[in-house]
Design a protein around this ligand. Structure first.
Ligand code: AMP
Ligand code: MG
Length: 342
């Protein structure tokens, strides 16, 4: 499970207590739920008397999964797109999915194919969703080489045809938006927060992606922890941030299965069909955009520090890599927000 610990929560408790003492300032509403197959933690400062905002956001995320992004639910658009693979007439995409796909294709080009949302057949072959749900008990078998080659042949954004908003996918190809879903969720949450003038500040995490918004009543910074891949119960460092940001982390500790002491994780190198091995255990991206923070964290994990750093820079994002030997390498812009854990 993705674990970015939002330190803000503890500090916020004080504000909630204050509110009970009759202060006129915003009060804190906290909630923890599951949606999109992950844990959603919300800390919202609001001047409203009710706590509706957190519930509305939970419903928003549930709908995003059920109606748009899920690969497993037959109610979603992505499911319908995948069912259309090989059909001559193609699939007429919604405006939202068409824009998302365009942005994913740009990232595929810019990452020289490392980031590829047509990777669904490989994700299914490795049964990555099974690892996530904790369904994988006992022995884990590596995919057969022949099956791996066949799945690899079904992948490749270069084989997609996007004609306006009509998408043609070859037979066997499957879209998987797992690398960007939580980032898209943050962008949708941000729009919702901006529409609500009773909300003065919030920090909301959707799995390994965190949104900070507005300010805390005491004026202090948002503090977002970065998990230590070598000890996922601890942070390797903390980012101190003001106002609105999106922070996403991709790590080899989030979903994996082990065989003979080797860890097979959920971020696949489209060149080999195997879990990416670029020498890093975790990558954190800081961006104003949820989509970009999430997409880039996955892409940079596959590319490794050198190429990943320049890809992030191209998109105006800051990047932090935790290498397999535990070193932390970051972009210059990230340094002003980062503090190593004691
Ligand atoms: P994240 O945790 O955001 O890095 O996303 C990882 C998820 O993205 C995996 O569980 C897969 O669903 C999907 N994925 C795996 N490899 C890739 C890849 N090379 N390009 C795009 N998506 C991928
Ligand atoms: Mg991602």
């Amino acid at each position: 499970m993705k674990r970015i610990f939002v330190i803000a929560a503890l500090c916020c408790m004080a504000a909630a207590v204050c509110c009970g003492c009759g202060s006129a300032g915003p009060r804190l509403v906290q909630s923890a739920d599951t949606a999109m197959g992950t844990v959603i933690q919300q800390n919202i400062y609001t001047t409203a008397a009710d706590s509706k905002a957190a519930e509305e956001i939970r419903v928003l995320l549930q709908r995003l999964e059920e109606q748009e992004l899920s690969r497993r639910l037959d109610t979603s658009e992505v499911w319908a797109v995948n069912a259309s693979a090989g059909e001559e007439e193609g699939f007429l995409l919604s405006e939202e999915l068409s824009e998302t796909l365009e942005a994913c294709l740009e990232l595929w080009r810019e990452s020289e194919g490392a980031f590829d949302v047509t990777i669904g057949a490989l994700v299914s072959l490795w049964d990555i969703d099974g690892w996530a749900a904790g369904e994988r008990e006992g022995a884990f078998d590596l995919p057969e080489e022949e099956a791996l080659q066949k799945a690899l042949e079904s992948c490749g954004s270069g084989k997609l045809e996007l004609d306006g908003t009509t998408l043609h996918m070859p037979e066997g190809m499957q879209l998987d938006l797992g690398a960007v879903g939580k980032g898209i969720a943050l962008d949708r949450i941000l729009s919702r927060l901006e529409e609500n003038d009773t909300i003065t500040g919030a920090v909301i995490s959707v799995g390994g992606s965190v949104l900070t918004y507005g300010e805390k009543p005491d004026g202090s910074s948002w503090r977002v922890g970065i998990t230590n891949p070598a000890d996922t119960s601890a942070n390797i460092g903390i980012l101190s941030l003001e106002g609105q940001w999106c922070i996403s982390t991709s790590g080899d500790y989030e979903r994996y299965a082990e065989l003979d002491g080797v860890r097979y994780h959920h971020i696949i190198d489209p060149d080999t069909g195997y879990p990416a091995d670029s020498g890093v255990s975790g990558v954190t991206i800081l961006s104003k955009s949820g989509f970009l923070s999430d997409a880039l964290s996955t892409a940079c994990f596959i590319l490794g520090p050198e190429k990943g750093m320049s890809l992030a820079a191209e998109y105006g994002a800051e990047a932090l890599f935790v290498t397999k030997d535990g070193s932390v390498v970051m972009s210059e812009g990230m340094e002003k927000y980062y503090q190593a854990a004691e």
